[in-house]
Ligand binder design. Structure first.
Ligand code: 5RP
Length: 233
């Protein structure tokens, strides 16, 4: 018996493919993290294999992105080895009408911000369920914290009006540990009135490495949705 394809998965595939189609030969590509970007990585690999693309180098934003890129045959480099990133492709957890983002659902937002912000063009790949009128509406804000600073950072976040919860891993056996060996706090704010100001205020707390607000970083947002039963970007 055949099973109907999961519509969210189909949309993620389409939007990942649309982003991969934008990659040109002889380019350096930031490879984001998450299930949507994973399809973009797969399609870039397919295009390389078919000979449609040549001389593409990827800069991974996480261990996950590195493993996937290797699996799909994309040559990799580090930031010290390149002078520019032409395009970065990455997912998001929320996107507001100004193309500001919340990222970090996969605990990779610190490296993602380094790579995405360095790119000439940062292309965001999302399904329409990620679009919000105000950031923080449906997703908690991830904040990466150095472990020894967990208590003072939690108090400082409370002083900014946020309620922080330590992100736990599968089956709550222990906390999620980032690629940098740090912890993640998921923070609820009643409202995020000024994302840029909050981004700076959080990063100003000693012990915070980076938060998941990406303000003024995205250039293009590719949105996938189902229209009349068909996936569309
Ligand atoms: C990882 C991220 C991801 O890009 C974000 O969580 C979106 O992931 P997905 O495409 O699986 O919904 O920010 O830190």
């Amino acid at each position: 018996m055949s099973q109907a394809a999961d519509p969210v998965k189909v949309v993620k595939q389409e939007v990942g493919k649309a982003a991969a189609d934008r990659v040109r030969s002889h380019s350096i590509v930031g490879l984001g993290t998450g299930s949507t970007t994973a399809y973009a990585v797969q399609f870039i690999g397919d295009r390389l294999k078919r000979g449609e693309l040549e001389d593409v180098v990827g800069i991974p934003t996480s261990f996950q992105a590195e493993v996937l890129a290797k699996q799909y045959g994309i040559p990799l480099a580090t930031l010290d080895a390149v002078e520019r990133i032409d395009v970065a492709i990455d997912g998001a957890d929320e996107v507001d009408p100004q193309k500001n983002l919340i990222k970090g659902g996969g605990a990779a937002h610190t490296r993602e911000k380094v790579v995405d912000a360095a790119a000439e063009s940062f292309v965001v790949v999302v399904d329409s369920g990620k679009l919000v009128s105000r950031l923080g509406e449906s997703f908690l804000l991830p904040v990466e914290v150095i472990p020894m600073a967990l208590a003072p950072v939690t108090r400082a976040i409370a002083n900014l009006g946020g309620t922080a919860e330590l992100r736990m891993g599968v089956k709550k056996a222990g906390p999620v540990i980032t690629d940098q060996g740090n912890l993640v706090l998921d923070v609820k704010f009643d409202q995020i009135a000024d994302p840029g100001e909050l981004e700076r205020a959080l990063n100003n707390i000693p012990g915070v490495l980076e938060n998941g607000l990406f303000v003024g970083v995205a250039d293009i947002v590719l949105v996938g949705e189902i229209v009349d039963g068909q996936p569309r970007v």
